[in-house]
Design a protein. Sequence first.
Lengths: 294, 253
Amino acid sequence: MMSWRRFDLPNDREDIGRFLPWLVAFMVYLSIVALAGLLALERMTARWDHGVVGTLTVHMAPAATAEQNARRLKDATDVLTATPGVARAEPVPAARVAELLEPWLGPSVRDADLPLPLLIDVELRDEPEVDLGQLGRSLDAVVPGTAVDDHRSWLRRLVSLARAVEALAAAMLGLVALVTVVAVVFATRAGLAVNRDVIEVLHLIGAHDAYIASQFAARAFKTAFKGGLLGFLLAAPTLFAIGFFAARIEEGLLPRIEFGPVHWGMFAAVPLLAAMAALVSARTTVLRTLGRMV
Amino acid sequence: MAVQDDSGGAVVRFENVGLRYGLGPEVLRDISFSLMPGSFHFLTGPSGAGKSTLLKLMYLALRPTRGLISLFGNDTSRAPRSELPQMRRRIGVVFQEFRLLDHLTAYDNVALPLRIGGVREDQVKKHVMELLAWVGLKDHMDARPPTMSGGQQQRVAIARAVIAGPELLLADEPAGNVDDRMAVRLLRLFEELHRLGRTIVIATHNEALVRRLGHPRMCIEDGRLEIRPGLADPAAGAPSVRLAFPGDSEEFA
């Protein structure tokens, strides 16, 4: 019969089991922070993927008169809207272009009669994929001096970088889980060695290996859960602090790091998962070790 | 599945059993005997003759280097490891050095075999309290073994050995640390178990005790065993108590 409340084994006062809650606390802390990073990155790349990757900008040199400029914009826009895969092509008004250049050229750019470049904002569909080289040549034939500025090439690199960081965070989670399991296995083995006499008496009284394993498993669960809870309690203020400091960085560079109830549910599940992993590792270790005994 | 043998109903049967530790000389040689259900034997012999070793073979703490041991009709050498606990639950052992769990209270030590056997906690409490009262330790149920005297520890060990009503009771010097009055009282407990049909083997140096109860004795000397009939009238040590165990219908009188 398995008992979760009563332990027949002495408390781990001297062996390495004593350090297990602290180790699990640290591991759970790392896991939650890594998981939070993973979720934030996930959201960021999703935004980039859908919001920015499907756009490009066409720009061309300005002509001498406003009429010529309007003509150029219309010609180029006609070519673009006729291209399969283009969802929308809209010339950027001169006032908006001036506004965009203001940070670099100063407020006088609005009033000065400068030859500002002509821009067309283009939104692409996922399918069919637009051949940008071909598009650039077609535009150049109609309006010489046209260039296609593809956000996709550098955004793709950024997204793939973010994906790599995500993979790294996921690998870190895996590694942390592995280290926790290994620590539990070693603590359990040490516990088996230290409590050899007690285990022999339990055996001689008629205890099955499963009874002894359940004792170790229940204790490992309790120990890991305690440590995990501590890790969670330490991780929560860390996440709030990261969110607070990220919000102070210029808006737009980073998305707001805010976690909803689902995310907090995931974070709260980490100590529980750690405790379950400890339970299974301890039980397996005891059963395997005792199974090898005569 | 347990391997049945032709032990002729014996609770314990040894056939040409020999045991050596490592490459040393044989500690036990050509041991052959059968203990029938309900028998009571003393195990005597000089120190170092192999009494404890013989008991260890009987409670499955050691495996023989040769020969055959069968318990309750099962060949122990062919029984898989997973079947040993069931066999051990039918055996109660009073270890020479008690082997109580120091971190548990007297109550929890005595309760251990019942809890391992999955007995309900209210039943555990009932039987443990009764038995602790019987061995005179009701007031010490919350004490831990290190704080108890040798005699008190011994009584806890005996209570733990008999609590689950084992079919075979093996005791290694169970009266070694108590005064004569308590020794007689404890022996009455064994007699009561015997009366309930249990098979008893008690290793002891106490000649007076052996003579008083007059049961046959297994004499072990130089690693060899000889069974001698009892001398006195066993009725002299007749018990005056009635014990009940989980599974028995009888209750305390």
